[in-house]
Design a protein around this ligand. Structure first.
Ligand code: SER
Length: 594
């Protein structure tokens, strides 16, 4: 078998189809267009559904591509050797053009000639037939002609050899799947690609789309018949190179090494560590693609945003298990961005957004995770049954940000289960209440003062940092006062600032505002804050842990908050007065958003 990397496999695929009259189309967004039945693009054929249903494609009727896909049905399975939530699918399509007679010989050629897989290592499955569609003898005959012996052709039911539709309705049909026989002994007399004993590894799927599934569950024969094939990039690389898991492929290896370096743990050190590293590597990659997508999303509480939040929070939780330092996820994402940037340029364009959203969500959750885990421990030590109540699960969500799936996973690890129906009820109850709250707030009218003061608070940090830069570290804070209209900042300096200095400070602050930098809050000990170079008043009144607000690499300051979420919220900054306050102390008054 050919030992190749991801770039080579993508290129071999596209070249093979170009030579056979196909147009190579760009990968579509991960967020499906006009399809309310699924949250993400789950297969290469997904963005092509209208064309598979008969609409004319502008590039013709022979297409091929490498499509990014996200499948989140198995998030909890990620951590084993093969599951990924994000993957690339190599695909080719005939839109009413060629059919089985061309496709099966091409498949055989690509596998045996291009990928150099010995024919005796191949096995295939074909549809066994049922009331919806007849047995696929044509495919079996074609495989035989290619030299696949009968004992390697398996007839399997719809469960195994039928594909689609991608959502609830749409094009679908019988398929023929191709497998590598690992050479392991048969697990039983009936051993086939349908069992998961690991003897047969699926490598490719050719779907012969002859049907359209209607909303009422019936199948109509389509006038024009299509071919839709899909080969998973990660999985194929893993098989060709004889790796034990997809995480050993060149797609994951740099991220795995980085996680090892950041955490100080080694992949393979123990099952627990390996699992955690895989989860982090997978979830960060998926999150980076979802945020960086041309139709990029951000973490939220519903739909795609919720899945993204779950992925990031799960990565944070498993990060704790291997001592991954806080704010590592964006570093891992950065690795993926540079690695994939030449294939998916939008990752580079949207790099800042990817990094800041990951950082924000990681820090947000890190602040409550530890407490939430303590609370969880308390709960399971004290409840008399093995079931965590819906109310408790909701409290873990509402107070500590634990997605319900995380609570269920944690519970399962400890031999408990969760009353998920009770959770759904508690959730609904809460929604009703907060709906009422939101309406009230809306009727209250204008933004309240606290929002304005939070922004002025952030402006004060920016001003402080800018003064330190322009006045070469001499401008230590002496006092601060904020009203809804303006900020007032006193600092130690023994002469009036020049006009140029004032302008420079103003410009520096406005630059940070224009850069739209997220304001990130972390909790740490005073010593840690000092070690990180945070400024602020290191007073004993702060107690053991302090909050440190970081604004990019511009400002890091100990502070109680609250702050704006992003410097962009400030809109603009203007110094309206610079005057003497007392001996050796100057006073600045400034406003924002003008
Ligand atoms: N749609 C099929 C699959 O996802 C083939 O592309 O496997």
């Amino acid at each position: 078998m050919k030992k190749i990397n991801s770039k080579e496999l993508r290129a071999l695929w596209c070249d093979f189809y170009k030579e056979r009259g196909h147009k190579i189309i760009p990968s579509a967004s991960l967020i499906p267009e006009n399809d309310p039945t699924v949250l993400f693009t789950t297969a290469g054929m997904h963005p092509l559904v209208p064309y598979l249903l008969g609409e004319k494609h502008p590039m013709g009727n022979r297409l091929a591509d490498v499509q990014v896909c996200v499948r989140t049905g198995d998030i909890d399975e990620v951590g084993d050797a093969s599951h990924c939530t994000f993957f690339e699918m190599l695909g080719n399509w005939s839109l009413g053009d060629y059919f089985r007679e061309e496709m099966i010989p091409w498949s055989f050629e690509f596998l045996t000639k291009v990928l150099e897989i010995p024919v005796e290592k191949l096995a295939v499955s074909v549809f066994a037939g049922d009331e919806d569609c007849k047995r696929d003898d044509e495919s079996a005959e074609l495989w035989k002609k290619m030299g696949i012996t009968e004992d390697r052709i398996f007839f399997l039911p719809k469960e195994n050899n039928w594909w689609g539709p991608a959502g609830v309705t749409g094009p679908c049909g019988p398929d023929t799947e191709m497998f590598i026989d690992t050479g392991k002994p048969k697990c039983s007399e009936n051993c086939s690609p349908a069992c998961d004993c690991g003897k047969y590894l699926e490598i490719w799927n050719d779907v012969f789309m002859q049907y359209n599934k209607r909303a009422d569950g019936t199948f109509e024969i389509m006038e024009h018949k299509n071919v839709d094939t899909g080969m998973g990039l990660e999985r194929t690389l893993c098989i060709l190179n004889g790796y034990g898991s997809v995480y050993e492929t060149d797609l994951f290896r740099p991220a795995v090494s980085l996680i090892e370096k950041l955490s100080g743990h080694k992949y393979g050190e123990s099952d627990e560590v390996t699992k955690a590293i895989r989860i982090i590597a997978d979830h960060v990659r998926t999150s980076a693609f979802l945020i960086g997508d041309p139709k990029g999303i951000v973490p939220g509480n519903v739909d795609q945003g919720y899945i993204l939040r779950r992925l990031i929070r799960r990565a944070v939780r498993f990060g704790r298990i291997i001592d991954l330092p806080e704010r590592s996820l964006s570093k891992i994402a950065e690795q993926y961005i540079s690695q994939y940037g030449d294939v998916y340029g939008y990752l580079l364009t949207n790099k800042d957004r990817i990094l800041s959203e990951l950082d924000k969500e990681e820090v947000r959750f890190s602040n409550t995770l530890q407490q939430g885990l303590k609370e969880f421990e308390k709960v399971i030590t004290h409840i008399p049954t093995k079931t965590i109540s819906g109310k408790t699960a909701f409290r873990l969500y509402d107070t500590y940000g634990f997605p319900i799936e995380m609570t269920v996973e944690l519970a399962r690890e400890q031999g408990f289960d969760v009353d998920e129906a009770g959770y759904a009820e508690a959730f609904k109850e809460h929604q009703k209440k907060s709906q009422a709250g939101a309406e009230q707030k809306f009727h209250g009218g204008l933004a309240d003062n606290s929002e304005e003061t939070a922004k002025l608070h952030t402006a004060t940090h920016l001003l402080h940092a800018a003064l330190m830069k322009v006045l070469k570290g001499e401008a230590r804070q002496r006092g601060s006062n904020i009203t809804a209209e303006r900020l007032r900042f006193d600092f130690g300096f023994d002469r009036a600032m020049t006009k140029e200095e004032i302008q420079e400070v103003e410009d520096l602050v406005n630059e940070q505002i224009e850069k739209k930098i997220p304001v990130v809050c972390e909790e740490m000990t005073v010593d840690e804050a000092k070690a990180q170079g945070a400024i602020g008043i290191f007073d004993s009144k702060y107690g053991e842990k302090v909050k440190v607000y970081t604004i990019g690499d511009f400002s890091k300051e100990i502070c109680g908050g609250p702050h704006a979420a992003n410097t962009g919220d400030l809109k603009s900054f203007k110094i309206v007065k610079e005057q003497s306050s007392s001996a050796g102390v100057r006073r600045i008054k400034a406003v924002i958003g003008q």
